[in-house]
Write a protein that binds this ligand. Structure first.
Ligand SMILES: Cc1cc2nc3c(=O)[nH]c(=O)nc-3n(C[C@H](O)[C@H](O)[C@H](O)COP(=O)(O)O)c2cc1C
Length: 207
């Protein structure tokens, strides 16, 4: 099927080129704006590598400051990728405001105490969901998984859910951040920041 005619035009937006020298401040401004306009602004695509073969999946961002934090399961495909290769890329697409942010950097596990604190802040049902999932590994059937969920809920009624040993928190330490704003006639605005030493350097890129 040819879908080449599926085309959405973006209206010209205000200039994204301003005096902000720090992309982390710009990310914060864009994120705050996205919170007002976008249904799940914290959703992003995470790309990892396994022997040069890339793999992407959607994730949820849980914290940002000078690093970008998410939680996952170390037994998963991405867990295996990350244990071999610390390079990764995060991609946010905020379609309602025609904005994309691309972040590249290295991944680093956060300490277990912080992971536990977040884990126990989640609803009991999500804690159990995480406990019973050996993420990305094959299971016999979905029904058996649901049975296991109900059994586990019953088993730990009024008790503390054991912390799943495979549950990890990972931060991406950014080296490159690109801001993209869709423009009319595909004349988009692109601003790229690269970190060299402690300093961020910026350049405008052709769309
Ligand atoms: C919007 C959205 C958010 C998601 N957030 C997470 C998340 O924060 N952590 C996670 O482990 N999986 C999350 N998932 C599931 C992943 O996309 C993926 O299926 C899972 O992590 C297994 O990926 P892997 O086999 O590549 O390791 C999310 C999926 C969607 C659609």
């Amino acid at each position: 099927m040819n879908i080449g005619n599926t085309r959405k035009n973006y209206k010209n937006q205000e200039s994204i080129f301003d005096d902000i020298k720090d992309p982390l401040i710009k990310f914060h401004q864009w994120y705050m704006h996205a919170c007002k306009e976008v249904s799940e602004p914290n959703a992003f695509a995470l790309s990892t590598l396994n022997k040069n073969v890339p793999s992407s999946r959607m994730m949820l961002l849980k914290e940002y400051n000078d690093r970008f934090l998410f939680y996952t399961n170390s037994s998963s495909k991405k867990g295996a990728d990350i244990s071999q290769n610390k390079n990764a890329s995060m991609l946010f697409w905020w379609k309602e405001i025609h904005r994309q942010i691309r972040i590249n950097g290295n991944l680093k596990k956060i300490d277990k105490k912080r992971v536990e604190k977040y884990f126990y802040s989640r609803p009991i049902e999500s804690q159990v969901g995480a406990l019973i999932s050996n993420q990305s590994n094959p299971i016999k059937s979905y029904d058996l998984l649901i049975d296991k969920y109900h059994e586990t809920i019953k088993k730990y009624k009024n008790k503390k859910i054991p912390f799943p040993k495979n549950w990890i928190g990972i931060e991406l330490i950014p080296k490159k951040i690109e801001f993209w704003q869709g423009g009319e006639f595909r004349i988009h605005q692109r601003l790229e920041f690269n970190k060299r030493g402690e300093k961020w350097h910026q350049k405008i890129l052709s769309p």
